[in-house]
Design a protein around this ligand. Sequence first.
Ligand code: KIV
Length: 262
Amino acid sequence: MNVLKFGEMKAAGQKISMTTCYDYWSARILKETAIDAIIVGDSAAMVMHGHRSTLPATTDLMVQHTAAVVRGAPDKFVIVDMPFLSYRKGLKPAMDCVETLMHAGANAVKLEGIEGHQDIVEHIVESGVPVMGHLGLTPQSVNQLGGFKVQGIGEKAAARLLQHARRLQDAGCFSMVLECVPVATAKRTTEAVAIPTIGIGAGPHCDGQVLVLHDLAGFNRDFRPRFVKAFEDGFDLVQRAVDAFDRDVKSGTFPTDAESYQ
Ligand code: KIV
């Protein structure tokens, strides 16, 4: 995968698959999969660190996660979230953040919204760094949105989302995430732009889909919104393995001679 392939896949009607990844060991697994690209999401703050939102993610945190992922899956296309407010304090701090993330191994950066920072998006793109947009439910604005809620409902909101999608395209973005928007809004937006839309809770008409790795692998028992499909029961798998280990240790059946040095 590379940045040009995104547009080519949309033009050819091929769906794009993406998932999140935050660490070396799961990146090693993704390396051996057909997944098209990886997002080192600021959802790391929630999934990996137990925070209630993505706001606590910092550039330093994203760098640690990015470097680990790139070591584990060096050939995958890795898109990294610019953290909360990092692109809202002016051009210089934004570009410092982009530089740091790219030095950590990112192939592209992702940022939320367009209002008030279109010039920064354009500057990042003009600097040779691919940018992915993110519209709909933009988790960094959770306090402004009044919670993690479906966005783009109704004609006015759908038209606004479409206008923002066009602006992201005009600013030079190579693709955009559409998060938690109604099927019809996502379809209309997808058909209106030439760059691929990657949906999460945005229905089947997007050009690609992304899910958080821990959600699709069934590690997150407490979080099952409508749009999540757990393709395996990872929670159960790990729990069974650990309980089996515990039983064998306590019954004295592990380790055997086969697992011991004589
Ligand atoms: O932070 C994240 O994980 C994301 C993806 C879900 C798109 O932004």
